[in-house]
Design a protein around this ligand. Structure first.
Ligand SMILES: Nc1ncnc2c1ncn2[C@@H]1O[C@H](COP(=O)(O)OP(=O)(O)OP(=O)(O)O)[C@@H](O)[C@H]1O
Ligand SMILES: [Mg+2]
Length: 545
């Protein structure tokens, strides 16, 4: 005993170390796979074309990114695989020993194997489809939760908490029902295979007794044979549950790979980059329909040209397609007919990433990211310049950022916050006012210093005084740039080099403010008079003065 105990202690220590290594490294391998899957999937999602996002729900995508990949990780993790491998080895070894002990008895056992095999195949197929359905239902539930929680202010203001709870609970119930079916299928499968296995065991017992009576085997052989039978039974149960796990993973992976392999229609990285960009923008007989609403024509042979360094103002009633012009220029979508040309080159031939780097946009609904004000303004820079700034100003706000904030008339309100440029803006910038968000978004666009600037209702949320200040800055900013201004207010568009009036998918009038004002039956004058709340003739008179 004195020698045995240290020996055993040594053996146990080695065993523990081996278990540690096995669990740790197999878990690590599984988690690595999940991390890689998530990275690749996110890369694929973020590179999809905008049309894809028009019809996808954020929550569903998030669900694939988190839950589906986790499910895959669980099934393909090293631990599952290693236990699958272990049970397969056990199964084969035990079966070989049984064959050695008594081929005749093994024959009785082997009879169940095809039954088990067919059962497992059918079960596997069910598990695969069902788990896919569970994941789809789950992603619907996530989509509801994401949207409703994201818009909690709207939910609260309509006092619809109960309605949302009911909606979510319905979605969760769908998941539950599917999971229940999955449970039912598993229970049926495992109970019937256990029954089949035990029946075979009884068969072995009966036949074994017969063989003993005939003196063909000894009682000892039968006993050990039975032990191995139980062993085989146990390992086949764990083999099939391993198979079920893998099938679940296959179900989830279908959804992940479907998304990962989706090739966007607009490839973000291939195409020309233009040397010495001048900035002539032209729409050449552009017709356009949104892919998600292809029966509605937005533009029908729309043509216009903006010379470098000049300002085009686009006016028109709500829904006439003003913001769509910006989306097309940024190549979020391709026109259904005609072409958009930059310095004589069709933008479909230009590298979209490069193209978008040349365009600064202040969009109608400026979106900020959770982070500080400084970070949000710095978002305007490309990667290289960003790194340059980070090296140059590791611990302070770059003076360029402050300069652009001043230009956007944002500096003073930023300085009035206790944390100044390090103020957190909250998710999507919720902790700022509409006008403040707008001014930060202007600063962000100015910092980018783009050749082409698009201002989509950029000052709509500002009061008259702030607007005037920002307007002055923008008037300075438009120098040496091609600018497209979308605006309703007369004060903003009046000084543009050209004003285009958009109606019914076409430009109905284009010219300078003076031109359009003096035309007979001018729709521009009509738009403006409605806005100013005065009659057409009054406006005509004011303009004459
Ligand atoms: N992503 C989209 N998918 C489908 N249809 C869209 C999409 N975005 C806009 N539309 C439709 O295209 C038309 C033009 O929209 P757009 O946003 O360009 O109008 P707008 O002139 O900017 O209006 P507003 O002055 O209200 O901002 C509208 O009828 C709108 O419903
Ligand atoms: Mg718009």
């Amino acid at each position: 005993l004195d020698t045995l105990i240290p020996l055993l202690r040594g053996a146990f220590t080695v065993g523990a170390a081996a278990t540690f290594v096995r669990v740790y490294y197999f878990t690590l391998a599984g988690e690595r796979v999940v991390a890689r899957l998530r990275r690749n999937l996110f890369g694929s999602i973020i590179n999809q074309d905008i049309a894809f996002f028009d019809k996808s729900r954020t929550g569903e995508l998030i669900n694939r990114l988190s839950a589906d990949t986790a499910e895959m990780g669980k099934s393909f993790s090293g631990l599952t695989l290693s236990s699958g491998l272990r049970s397969t080895t056990q199964f084969v070894c035990a079966l070989s020993i049984m064959l050695y002990l008594s081929p005749a008895l093994t024959g009785v056992m082997v009879g169940v194997i095809p039954v088990g095999y067919i059962g497992a195949r059918v079960y596997g197929k069910y598990v695969k489809t069902l788990s896919q359905e569970v994941q789809t239902a789950l992603s619907k539930a996530t989509a509801v939760a994401e949207e409703r929680v994201g818009a909690v202010r709207t939910v609260r203001s309509f006092a619809h908490e109960r309605r949302e709870m009911k909606l979510y609970s319905m979605e969760v119930d769908n998941v539950f029902q599917l999971a229940r079916r999955l449970g039912l299928v598993s229970a049926t499968f495992f109970s019937s295979t256990t029954l089949a296995g035990n029946t075979a065991l009884l068969g072995v017992l009966a036949y074994g007794a017969h063989l003993i009576r005939a003196d063909l085997i000894t009682a000892g052989t039968l006993t050990s044979f039975l032990l191995y039978t139980i062993y085989v039974g146990m390992s086949s149960v764990s083999m099939t549950s391993f198979y079920g796990e893998v099938m679940k993973g296959v179900g989830a992976s279908t959804r992940v790979f479907e998304l990962m392999d989706r090739i966007p229609h607009i490839d973000n990285v291939t195409g020309l980059t233009l040397q010495n960009l001048v900035g002539t923008v032209a729409f050449d007989n552009v017709s356009f329909r949104y892919p998600t609403r292809s029966e509605l024509s937005i533009f029908d042979n729309l043509s216009f040209k903006v010379s470098p360094g000049s300002v085009l103002a686009v006016v028109g009633s709500s829904g006439s397609g003003k913001s769509t012009i910006a989306s097309l220029l940024l190549r979020f979508y391709d026109p259904t007919k005609g072409r958009i040309v930059l310095d004589g080159t069709d933008i479909r031939d230009i590298n979209p990433t490069w193209l978008r780097q040349q365009i600064g946009i202040v969009s109608q609904e400026p979106t900020l990211f959770a982070g500080t004000i400084a970070e949000n303004i710095l978002y305007g820079l490309d990667d290289e310049t960003s790194d340059l700034f980070r090296d140059k100003y590791p611990n302070e706000v770059p003076p360029e950022v402050i300069h652009c904030a001043r230009e956007a008339n944002a500096h003073s309100f930023i300085m009035s916050f206790p944390d100044q440029y390090q103020t957190f803006v909250g998710e999507k910038g919720v902790s700022l006012s509409g006008g403040q968000k707008q001014r930060i978004s202007i600063a962000r666009a100015l910092l980018k210093n783009p050749k082409i600037l698009i201002l989509d209702e950029a000052t709509s949320a500002l009061d008259a005084a702030s607007e005037q200040l920002v307007q002055d800055a923008l008037d300075r900013a438009v120098k040496n740039r091609t600018v497209i201004i979308i605006a309703h207010r007369l004060s903003t568009v009046k000084n543009a080099d050209q004003i285009a009036v958009l109606d019914n998918g076409r430009i109905v009038e284009i010219g300078t403010h003076q031109d359009l004002m003096s035309r007979a039956n001018s729709s521009y004058r009509q738009l403006m008079s409605i806005q100013l709340g005065i009659s057409d003739s009054q406006l005509k008179q004011i303009n004459m003065k």
